[in-house]
Design a protein around this ligand. Structure first.
Ligand code: CTP
Length: 409
């Protein structure tokens, strides 16, 4: 997560989860953000200003009435790229919903016109109370965003009830989305596939490939951050589920085909970053095959090509992105795949180049448009490659929206 040059005002109200906000300050700073911490009276009782001052590297504000800081609530409310309240107690949420501005934090919230992200944390009964629910609904109606609370054990020892503040990493991801959501991906439905698939030889042995899933996972994260509703269909991968993304795990190419077929009709964008197994054994043995005594032949048949065989399920204006991992003659082969599979964009890379291809964290790619343009993206992290690919997806969506004819050439 990167937030370079972003200014975040972090309001901390009086809940035990305030200790997790110390870690949140660190995460925000590691991401490159400048953090001004504002403590409510209750917040300052749980964690002192000195702790937050040391972590943020900046003075911590606690009062409306500090000499020399007159109108600091207006300045902070206007200057911040994001106002984030974590933890937000039931009391803080109630005061914010009613527009009560009896301390610095609530005054900032009342003067705020830009994005606000709220991470509620409270006892589960207080959270369930109709008043709290109505107050949260009022904040959402104002365009504010909430994250959590999570289900889990609470300070009072009650088990598995909603009320725990979300983890700092989750809040950080939502902060990124609040800052980066934007047209044309905001609100679009994006389907991403990732990872290899496995074809069973018997109950314990499989045919698969070296795909790690990294490219697809980075794409899913980046699309979500830009505001899309993202579903990620993933073959076996050790990658962690991205925050906010619906993840469906599959095993074989047939499983992947089934999920893509179900989701494609409602998708605005499909990004086929998966490396589906191209072959499956003609026979999958129900019991483990005994080790062959001598050289043996394995009969294989091709699996279904997902992009080609789901063409009739695509929406007319949906954007199709495919990948082509080649070993030599990459551009010509990729262009043929783009035509054959009717893609709008194909992301080409050559697995023989150092730092490119499967299993590594970096890549260098060329993004080919159906219209003929080619964008070269030099060697960089898959996170940055994902951003570059999404920039091109936005170009295609933008052209369709403004009905500029896409001529070949
Ligand atoms: N793809 C697919 N269904 C398959 C295999 C691949 O939809 N059964 C998709 C991939 O996800 C990728 C694109 O097609 O976006 C190109 O995949 P690639 O493996 O490079 O091409 P193939 O058509 O499988 O050709 P080959 O492996 O012979 O190069």
């Amino acid at each position: 997560m990167r937030l370079p040059g972003r200014h975040v005002v972090l309001g901390v109200s009086g809940g035990i989860a305030a200790y997790k906000s110390c870690i949140l300050v660190r995460r925000l700073r590691e991401a490159g953000a400048t953090v001004d911490v504002v403590l409510s009276r209750g917040g300052a009782r749980f964690v002192g200003p000195l702790t937050f001052e040391a972590l943020s590297g900046r003075p911590v504000a606690t009062s409306l009435w500090t000499p020399g800081a007159a109108l600091s609530h207006i300045r902070l409310a206007q200057q911040a790229d994001l106002v984030l309240v974590a933890p937000a107690t039931a009391n803080l949420i109630a005061r914010a919903a009613l527009g009560i501005s009896d301390d610095l934090l609530t005054a900032i919230l009342l003067a705020r016109t830009g994005p606000v992200l709220v991470a509620p944390a409270m006892n589960d009964r207080m959270f369930d109370h109709p008043t709290t629910q109505a107050n949260i609904a009022a904040l959402l109606a104002r365009g504010w965003v909430t994250v959590g609370p999570d289900v889990g054990s609470l300070a009072e020892g009650d088990s598995e009830a909603p009320g725990r503040m979300s983890e700092p990493e989750t809040i950080l991801a939502h902060a990124g989305r609040c800052l980066d959501r934007r047209p044309p991906l905001n609100g679009r439905r994006v389907l991403v596939t990732a990872g290899p698939t496995r074809e069973a030889l018997d109950p314990v042995r499989v045919l698969t490939n070296r795909s790690s899933g990294k490219m697809g996972y980075r794409l899913a994260e980046a699309a979500w951050r830009r505001g899309a509703d993202v579903t990620l269909v993933s073959g076996p991968s050790s990658q962690v589920d991205p925050v906010g993304v619906e993840v469906r795990r599959v095993e074989s190419t047939a499983d992947l085909h089934r999920e893509v077929s179900a989701l494609l009709p409602s998708s605005d964008v499909l990004m086929m970053a998966a490396a589906p197994a191209d072959f499956q054994p003609v026979e999958s043995a129900p019991l483990k095959r005994p080790k062959p005594e001598q050289e043996t032949m394995l009969a294989l048949r091709p699996t279904k090509d997902i992009l080609s065989s789901t063409r009739e399920l695509r929406r007319g204006d949906a954007v199709m992105v495919g990948f082509a991992l080649e070993t030599g003659g990459a551009i010509e082969k990729a262009r043929r795949k783009l035509e054959a599979k009717a893609m709008d964009l194909v992301v080409v890379n050559d697995a023989l180049e150092p730092g490119a291809g499967v299993e590594v964290d970096t890549n260098r790619v060329v993004i080919l448009h159906r219209t003929g343009e080619a964008k070269t993206v030099p060697l960089q992290s898959k996170t940055d490659i994902a951003e570059a690919i999404l920039d091109e997806v936005e170009v295609v969506i933008g052209r369709r929206a403004s009905a500029v004819p896409e001529t070949a050439g």
